[in-house]
Design a protein around this ligand. Structure first.
Ligand SMILES: Nc1ncnc2c1ncn2[C@@H]1O[C@H](COP(=O)(O)OP(=O)(O)OP(=O)(O)O)[C@@H](O)[C@H]1O
Ligand SMILES: [Mg+2]
Length: 259
């Protein structure tokens, strides 16, 4: 059985793509088969790895591709590109479908990867709703500024409302809030961090990702933070801690669920 995780926030620039790519690579290094699905029309995963393919999420949703074909970044790390602006058409297609809530769930049923991670678009549309019907967990990345904080509040409310309205179809649980860009030199960053802890004490991951040049540079070198400079950067150290904490939290929940 696959463990499915959405990296989601409706606000742009919160570190969704950075966290998705780095978490996927970290899981692959733990010898697990992991699939990263890009569901954002910005197609940043394709931009980072400079790989694209006609077998992409949009074409699969639209029925223009019938078989799954993934791009291999390494033996255990595969990607399914989004299809760029064709995702707009795909969202419309989902919206017009008879069983619109479960289009993606039915489509992705055959996947067998140990872990499937979604790099979501910064929006609230049919695609993100469908992803929430399919995944087990959601991780919300947040930049510690005022709008980041308010975006975090918004996405949590949206998910809770969707779960209430979805007649039991949505089982997605918020696994945690990941601080992806903390600046310990500013008071606003510290105040927002405090606010996150006060408001969602059980959700915020303790491992912080601070502002770091290496995290900004890695995509320009077409790599995750673990591949960039052989993983010998402060960014890699911080992401290593965060990914471990995420994986431990998943393991704990998975154990409790299957006990
Ligand atoms: N800790 C960090 N330090 C410095 N730069 C960072 C850090 N985390 C992310 N960035 C940079 O911030 C920008 C936004 O990050 P990213 O693309 O991951 O966000 P996103 O939430 O996926 O954005 P979008 O909503 O547009 O998809 C990128 O240029 C990324 O390299
Ligand atoms: Mg992104």
């Amino acid at each position: 059985m696959s463990i499915k995780i959405a990296i989601m926030s409706m606000k742009g620039g919160q570190g969704k793509t950075a966290l998705s790519v780095n978490l996927t690579d970290r899981v692959s290094k733990a010898n697990r088969n992991v699939l990263l699905i890009d569901s954002d029309m910005q197609a940043n995963v394709s931009t980072i790895f400079q790989r694209d393919h006609v077998c992409n999420l949009a074409n699969l949703i639209l029925g223009e591709m019938k078989e799954f074909e993934f791009l291999e970044i390494n033996k255990r790390f595969s990607i399914l590109p989004s299809g760029g602006k064709k995702m707009v058409e795909a969202a419309r297609y989902i919206g017009n479908s008879r069983f619109r809530e479960t289009v993606l769930k039915n489509l992705l049923e055959p996947l067998k990867h140990s872990i499937i991670i979604f790099d979501c678009a910064p929006s609230w549309n049919e695609v993100n709703e469908n992803i929430l019907m399919y995944v087990d967990y959601v991780i919300i990345p947040v930049v510690t500024d005022y709008l980041g904080y308010s975006g975090c509040d918004q996405v949590i409310t949206y998910i809770e409302d969707l779960k209430k309205d979805a007649r039991g179809l949505c089982r997605a649980e918020i696994l945690g809030i990941a601080v992806t860009r903390f600046n310990n030199r500013t008071n606003i960053s510290k105040t927002i961090l405090q606010g996150l802890h006060t408001h969602w004490p059980d959700l915020v991951f303790k491992s912080l990702i601070e502002e770091s040049v290496s995290i900004q540079e890695a995509p320009a070198y077409h790599n995750s933070i673990f591949g960039y400079k052989n993983g010998k950067t402060r960014g890699a150290q911080m992401y290593e801690k965060l990914c471990k904490e995420i994986l431990m939290r998943i393991a704990k929940k998975w154990k409790a669920q299957t006990a």
